[in-house]
Design a protein around this ligand. Structure first.
Ligand code: PEP
Length: 254
């Protein structure tokens, strides 16, 4: 029997928006969230670093949670331009995304780096959203499953459990491209990820751990994806920048 898993709807704003945009988006979501007595989903927004304070103030008390898009693996020190998970926690973040494919590509982050960041997030008391996903080339070569298994093995923090860690399966070819995975493709990979989680963490913890789908999720395709047995929410980029679209996706989860 599958344990009930509360869906997470997480918005990755990436490097988008100025102060006024962040305030508008965060307040539109907070307003809607406040009206729900017992939301069926957990909603998270992950603004760019400089907007974290503003977004945090705007959503305070609404039930919308705050997250970040990346963190350093150290708690402090000479790391110009980086941000520690301790500071993120101090700013009100509950989660941090680690290993997003854009970080893996743009900053050459490897599984070991992602794991170190995820472990630092847990050390600071944040939840880690660990991203994995294959490229189109890897999928076409029939390597989607092995690539995801390997990334999971290499990126998962040692102390991972269903409370402190969320997995996000994001096929690289679907991120920001408008090409969404078919429900069958998504479920197949999510099932493989869950099976690998059983090997690593044991049956009980694996059954409780959330696995999000990310990659061109929109209001029009969300319901079908979110209804899949091993899909426990979404990590949303483009559609998270529009309050109506992001909210519609959240409602599809609830
Ligand atoms: C993402 O940034 O994690 C993402 C899934 O982006 P998009 O929804 O735009 O594909």
């Amino acid at each position: 029997m599958t344990a009930p898993r509360r869906p997470m709807i997480a918005g990755n704003w990436k490097m988008n928006g100025l102060k006024a945009d962040g305030r508008k988006l965060a307040s539109a979501l907070a307003r809607r969230m406040k009206k729900l007595k017992k939301p069926a989903f957990e909603m998270l927004v992950c603004p760019p670093f400089p907007l974290i304070g503003l977004a945090g103030e705007t959503i305070r008390g609404s039930g919308v949670k705050l997250g970040a898009q990346d963190c350093h693996s150290n708690a402090s020190g000479a790391h110009t331009g980086d941000v520690s998970p301790e500071l993120l926690k101090n700013m009100g973040c509950k989660y941090v995304i680690v290993g997003h494919s854009e970080r893996r590509t743009d900053h050459n982050e490897k599984d070991a780096d992602v794991k170190a960041k995820a472990e630092a997030a847990l050390r600071a008391g944040l939840g880690a959203i660990v991203c994995i996903g294959e490229t189109l080339k890897q999928r076409e070569a029939g390597r989607a499953m092995s690539v995801n298994r390997k990334q999971l093995q290499g990126s998962l923090p040692e102390a991972a459990n269903a409370k402190n860690t969320v997995i996000a399966y994001e096929p690289v070819w679907a991120i920001g491209t408008g090409k969404v995975a078919t429900p069958e493709q998504a479920q197949d990979v999510h099932a493989v990820i869950r099976k690998e989680l059983v090997n690593i963490l044991g049956e009980k913890e694996a059954a409780k751990m959330r696995i999000l789908y990310g990659g061109s999720m929109k209001p029009g395709n969300a319901k079908e994806l979110l209804a899949l047995p091993d899909v426990d929410g979404g990590l949303i980029g483009g559609a998270a920048l529009n309050a109506d679209d992001f909210w519609a996706i959240a409602e599809a989860a609830g």
